[in-house]
Design a protein around this ligand. Structure first.
Ligand code: HGY
Ligand code: MN
Ligand code: MN
Length: 591
């Protein structure tokens, strides 16, 4: 019989401790410390209190906690020392069904790991979805983490102990993250569609208007219809637009959503999570037969990452009248123009200007997104409220010198375009670091048709420059471009420069930031506020309406734009509950 929070908050301390027994192996002190904070506002509150108890303990206590955890090996070899929960979890990961080779590899890894770190390998084998990792995944994680420095690995082990406790707590209270699980599964299903050259390798890349991109649009449309949206369509730039209508036709509209295109070799949650969560919320509202006093418009933006064409934010940009028709002539790496790609996708470019939204009809824009950084992971928090999105400037640079013989051209007679680019890579790194909170990246760097024995006559590279304010961003850009000019002068080179993106810093609208804060607080969670280093569709909508964002913790130290990008169905669940809170509180204010 599942426990309830009311029980936990009301029974005598010894009974409460017994209810929480086994969350952390042989460490009742953690629950004991947390119980001093009763009554808990939610299970999320309890989890944070237990996490806090560990964070506040001394280093020896934390090391002892990890050492108390059983080794990961076939349950049969562990005998009676394994707790019931551990047996269940290890069986779920297929440890009992492992082949002799796999189990022998596991024992080898156990030995090497133990000798290096002095504590057992701790892994939440039920995985981020809670359904269990395959033994192959367990072995891969084991091998990957063997390379960690000891202090990093101890943090990783503690992170997994908290994850194991979270899953065990779920079992005790029958608190499975149903919304989070469904959203997680949507992520898996949508990630089936990937561009040629990546799909065959099991990698995720969905660039603007490829066949995989169009398949994603179809699937999102289908899911929106199944969720109960009243109107679903794909617009002239490829945005998937769902509207869940209000209880009256002349009601205002709340806009939400994020992008479904990806970078190359991407993770599954960047952008997409911000489409799935509101979709799941609409499905909940529809199941309840509940209408809001405002229309809810959920958009899967077709393009945000700027991967296939130089122009970016094509989806959200079109909504604010920011789509420039001359972009249609831009060509991708295969020489296909955006206009032709649209025609191939059955989109009518001439209908793009009509996509512009009238801001007067909108309450505002909210976006949910993975953090794409390590802050929440390190703090042990599932959610954060975004205070501002960094401003961003992007350029494509082409440096031209003289291609010549690598063997016969003396070093003082060269006009080497790549050497100039190399100087710029290091200058951007140094100059951006100077500000403390600016970032500068040369993410693309190539010698077109280069040869091993030819001094590069041409070199192309990109610039991505960001800062919390436009003034700081512009000062950084000014210095970088001045240095580019000086380097080329000194080396006798020419350069061309194309600005491909200019996005203003986007502070959250205070009233909307407060809405997210109230929603997170209502879940019994601490309210953490932070800026966004990553760009988001919200910064385009920011140009015409109030906006604010909610961040969701990333697993694997928050890595993103990488296949190891991950989150848990529990954190997704909390994001969905936060959005439902926001929708309800907005409904009360809008009546
Ligand atoms: O680059 C960015 O910040 C975003 O992921 N497009
Ligand atoms: Mn991204
Ligand atoms: Mn994104």
């Amino acid at each position: 019989m599942a426990y309830t929070l009311a029980q936990l908050n009301s029974v005598p301390p010894a009974e409460a401790a017994a209810m929480l027994d086994g969350l952390y192996e042989r460490a009742p002190w953690i629950a004991g410390r947390a119980l001093q904070s009763r009554p808990f506002r939610s299970l999320a509150d309890l989890r944070q209190r237990m996490r806090q108890a560990v964070d506040e303990a001394d280093a020896d206590a934390r090391l002892a906690l990890v050492r108390a955890h059983p080794e990961l090996a076939a349950p049969a070899q562990q005998g009676p020392t394994l707790s019931e929960a551990s047996v269940r979890e290890q069986n779920l990961a297929g440890l009992a069904q492992g082949t002799a080779a796999e189990l022998s590899r596991l024992r080898e890894l156990d030995a090497v790991y133990g000798a290096k770190f002095g504590f057992p390998f701790v892994l939440a084998v039920r995985g981020p979805r809670g359904a269990g990792l395959a033994l192959r995944q367990v072995l891969d994680e084991f091998e990957r983490r063997l390379d960690n420095p000891p202090d990093v690995e101890l943090q990783e082990a503690l992170h997994h102990l908290h994850r194991i406790a979270e899953l065990r707590l779920q079992d005790k209270f029958g608190d499975a993250p149903a919304l989070g699980n469904d959203i997680w599964d949507w992520g898996e299903q949508l990630a089936v569609h990937s561009d040629p050259g990546y799909a065959e390798k099991g990698l995720l890349t969905v660039t603007y208007l490829t066949d995989a991109h169009r398949a994603c649009a179809q699937l999102l449309s289908q899911w929106m219809r199944e969720c109960g949206f009243d109107e679903v369509g794909i617009d002239a730039v490829g945005n998937v637009v769902g509207r869940y209508l209000a209880d009256r036709p002349d009601a205002p509209t709340l806009l939400t959503g994020s992008h479904y295109d990806t970078v190359r070799n991407a993770g599954k949650y960047d952008g997409r999570l911000g489409i799935f969560v509101p979709m799941a919320c609409v499905r909940e509202l529809h199941r309840r037969g509940q209408r809001l006093p405002y229309h809810l418009e959920v958009i899967g933006f077709a393009e945000e990452e700027g991967q296939r064409y130089r122009a970016t934010f094509l989806g959200s940009g079109a909504l604010i009248g920011g789509f420039r028709l001359e972009w249609l002539d831009q060509k991708d790496a295969d020489g296909i123009s955006m206009r032709d790609a649209m025609a191939h996708a059955g989109l009518r470019a001439e209908d793009i200007p009509a996509l512009r939204r009238d801001p007067a009809r909108y309450l505002g824009f909210v976006e949910i997104h993975i953090e794409q950084g390590p802050v929440l992971y390190e703090m042990g928090l599932p959610l954060a409220v975004v205070t501002s999105i960094n401003g961003c400037l992007r350029y494509q640079v082409q440096v031209s010198g003289m291609a010549c013989h690598a063997g016969t051209t003396p070093m003082d007679r060269r006009r080497d375009a790549a050497a100039a680019a190399a100087e710029m890579v290091l200058y951007v790194e140094k100059r951006a670091a100077q500000d403390g909170d600016s970032v500068g990246t040369v993410g693309m760097l190539e010698v077109p048709s280069g040869s091993i024995n030819v001094v590069p006559g041409e070199c192309r590279f990109s610039l991505d420059l960001r800062a919390p304010s436009d003034a700081q961003r512009d000062a950084l850009a000014r210095d970088v471009l001045a240095e580019l000019d000086a380097v080329c002068q000194r080396r006798g080179l020419r350069f061309t420069l194309e600005e491909t993106m200019r996005a203003a810093a986007a502070p959250s609208a205070p009233a909307w930031q407060r809405r997210w804060e109230q929603a997170v607080d209502a879940l019994g969670l601490p309210v953490h506020r932070m800026p966004s280093g990553a760009g988001h569709d919200a910064m385009k909508l920011h140009e015409v309406m109030p906006q604010a964002m909610l961040f969701v913790r990333g697993q694997n130290a928050g890595i993103s734009h990488n296949p190891r990008e991950s989150t848990t169905s529990d954190d997704i669940q909390l994001a969905a509950l936060a959005m439902l809170q926001l929708l309800d509180s907005l409904a009360n204010d809008t009546k």
